[in-house]
Ligand binder design. Sequence first.
Ligand code: BGC
Length: 917
Amino acid sequence: MLPYLLLLSTAGATAGIHPAHLRCEYRLNPLGLGETKPRLSWQLTAVNPAARGLAQSARQILVAASPEALARDQGDLWDSGRVASDDTGPVVYQGRPLASRASCWWKVRVWDQAGEASAWSEPAQWSIGLLAPSDWTARWIGAPWQGAGQTGARAPYLRRSFTLDQKPASARLYVTALGLYEACLNGARIGQDSFTPGWTDTNKRVQYQVYDVGAQLVVGENVLGAILGDGWYCGHVAQKGREVYGDRPKLLAQLELTLADGRRVVIATDESWQVSSGPILENDLLMGESYDARQELPGWLSGGRPAGDWQPARLFPTPAIELSPMLAGTVQAHETLVAPAAPRKLPGWGSHRFIYDFGQNLVGNVTLRVTAPAGTTIKLRYAEMLGADGELYVDNLRTARATDFYTCKGDPAGESWTPRFTFHGFRYAEISGLPRELAPTPATLVAHVLHTELPPSGDFSCSEPLLNQLQHNIQWGQRGNYLEVPTDCPQRDERLGWTGDAQAFIRTGAWNRDVAAFFTKWQRDIADAQAPNGSVPAVVPAVDLAPGDGGPGWADAAIICPWTIYQCYGDRALLEQHFASLRGYVDYLATQSLEGIRLHPQLGKWGGFGDWLALDGSGLTDGGTPKDLIATAFYAHDARLLGAIARVLDRPAEAAKYEAVAERVTQAFQRRFVTSDGLVTGNTQTSYVLALHFDLVPPALRPKLADELVRDIRKRGNKLSTGFIGTPYLLHELAREGHLDVAYDLLMQKDWPSWLYAVTQGATTIWERWDGWTKEKGFQDKGMNSFNHYAYGAVGDWLYRVVAGIELDPQSPGYKHFRLQPQPGGPLTSARGTHLSPHGEIVSSWQRGPGSFTWEVTVPPNTTATARLPVPAGATVSEGAQPLAQSPGVSQVHTDASGVSCELASGQYTFTATWVN
Ligand code: BGC
């Protein structure tokens, strides 16, 4: 069906490709950009999916100040003209200068490899935000009853009514809060975003959002309103207590209307706004929300005199922080889960408590639907696991109360409620307080899955159901923990942007979802959190005023994350923007090392987190993988990456400098930690993995190190012992050194510790610990036992890159050219990986049998791939109905001991190989 539709929409065009999926600054139709020369990109779709060798030879971009001009093909802001280029972006806007509030509509057309033109793409849009502080005339307002020590007091409802004698030509709301806000206009919520304005270090900056609200305005009286929540700003953050950033929530909003005659009318927050308390008695991200529907404020969003105790809003001085545009999407509800069965009634005399099982450990909130007398208070509690007694297991939430309360107003037609300013990590929810005669059904309580907008970009599946469940768990761990910032966990009193966890998982994250915008935003948070001496803290956004050095494997996220984003999305801008910050970090490391060994300056050795949660004594103790070894390994890696970054940015002097640093540190590492016969200090799996993965030993020594690693794994009965630091690279290094069989043995291991152990125990997300729960010991230490922690899910990267075999070419970032090289093993008879790269969808899907290998691949238009079939030298290989070498799109066929390789032009291919077994 799809090709047919495409053919229709490209009627008249003769090119074999069509531009689609238009993005601006990685985002779909973003409003309120701070970048006045935004980067534009698109993907090419094959008009005929069976065609091969499709490429773009030229492109033309039109940008117009109105959709009408664009429809007339008038690029009144920019007409790039026909530019000979195979580049599908990011292309930097080069048109007329854009000022605050500018609205831009754009489209693109391309010419294919034969010089045939496509039709124009569908139009897309962006707008510029308020660039100068003076663009804001709004004042910060809040409630008089809140203040130091009073947070958690009743949430302010703020409103302002205004009259319009005409419908404006355009209406845009610029809005933010210190704390959280939900904005509303004329009785309806504006947008679908949760937890706006998002999480940044509000000692330095706060983001604002922009909404087109013209459709919600009416001629006559209008009411603009907002509800404020405590959020990260003044509610609980981790175990830091309340008021980490400020003492009460405040709102800043500016509704700008452009009338038909060009006049601008601004409705901004100021002393003319009114404030009242309402039904939200308490709200807190960790603790939960309490809502008394009897105290709702009927009419507060419509004209006339609403219910409530309205008084003038209080004005607050403008804080000396930056008002910043969004760099990534917002949090929204992406899915609603209905429990597959009626909730289970808990036993016990007089008990009227029920537990819902949503079948999935998720992050989000609920909607409660109930008909009950006024004053009935319903209590909702949440947990990831059940105890042996069948009750919610909440010990691992630590001080996070994770409890919501709803008091009914007694509406005979029923009432429903969704908490606004809290989220929980849960699979189970307990409901209590319902009238005795009322038995809840699945419809009484449904769960909403909340996370930052992250378009899905990949999946992995194979013939082993347990691995498919593992992939599912990885995906859900990512969804739950990519909420505003990459967090460690979503349920207990922590939920912080732990840098170590983020760097361990980022590469996997980039397979499953489009994380370019998300990490672009987080890199700004890292820069904000960086101290003047260059150090980067353990959690970002910082939650302490003087957060210090996050330490090895954690702070190094500052370099590893932007490099990974560059590799996966091919855009230098992030590197360019943050180069000074990255350099500052590596220069700081020089001050923290002695003759190349990274040491803690005061202690003479590194404290820090070590190979966190490894099973060999690493971590907070001094056993296991030595901390100065981890520290030095990451220092060498950082310096090498910075050298590579400097090369990408055409900074040869700096490149040479940091390459030399990397070399010096590598030498120091060898002198201090590696013996000439290939033993690495600590003798742990992670010691070997780091030395191998960061290329810290001479090539000749690699096999010896790998042998030691294998020896340890075999000695443990094919089991790993790695923590957060070693786990992401473990299987990669085994495969790279020719121990694919050992890698598959570890991957398929079902006994503890292993990836599949949790899967066999019914896990639906990745656990923080290998032994979060075991048959022998039950629950691990309640002080640290999350069941939704993505770090160990970093093995997902191996599933895509090695099992499915989609591998980027470091020389050609963003998958412009890539490799397809599956390495089947273990019991797997088939595997399929798909990845929506910046150029379109890559597919690698194989099946194998005795003496046969069938492989379907997709190479997106405008890209090429080097493919290697893992078949023996004597295999007969065909593609479609033809011998390999004669197949269109296939070139440079080459056979050697590792298989048959060839170059592929874009297209879909089916390879079949047979050999005598
Ligand atoms: C977090 C981690 C984090 C660690 C630091 C824990 O409490 O949950 O995932 O990286 O502390 O070692």
